[in-house]
Design a protein around this ligand. Sequence first.
Ligand SMILES: [Zn+2]
Length: 191
Amino acid sequence: MKNYHEPQVPKLTDSELLYIFPQFKQIAPALMKELRQRKTELLQAIISCNANINAESSDETYRYFWKLWLIQPLRDEVKTVEQKLARLRRQLRIIKGTPIPKGALNNDLILAAKAVPIESIFNQRLRKTGNMLTGLCPFSEERTASFFVYKNTNRCWCFGCQQGGNTIDTYMKLNDCNFNYAVLALTGGEK
Ligand SMILES: [Zn+2]
């Protein structure tokens, strides 16, 4: 694998991050509120933008162009905010040490956990190359990037240590937890 000579960045899991920055506990609720507000603002902006464009013209091409131009960036930001919220919910769950209820998992919850964008569970910097992300392996120490995230299948694989898998497998390895814990942590514990 090619060595990108990237500076060494700390590879932290959710639990390690919270251990190193205990003050996060204090700021987390405010951060959560801020992100929720931003999401509401964005959704309102999308609705009014949509209404304005529709009122402007009945021409489908005109509408398509302006919606693509004005609304798509807002939708992209909603997605980013949602990813941040999902991660915050996981971290808050770890802070609270919420016990995992037995037999609480249903298939929908497992599918929702698998659907969490896998890149959102890593802390290290990942470089975008086409439809993949590459970077240093989160499972073992390495200086050459041999870790790949495949966005189309939402899976990852390290060609160095031959480890990887879907979002749940990877979360379990990174946070040293069991399947139930990983599913609930990834979905914010909601049933
Ligand atoms: Zn590896």
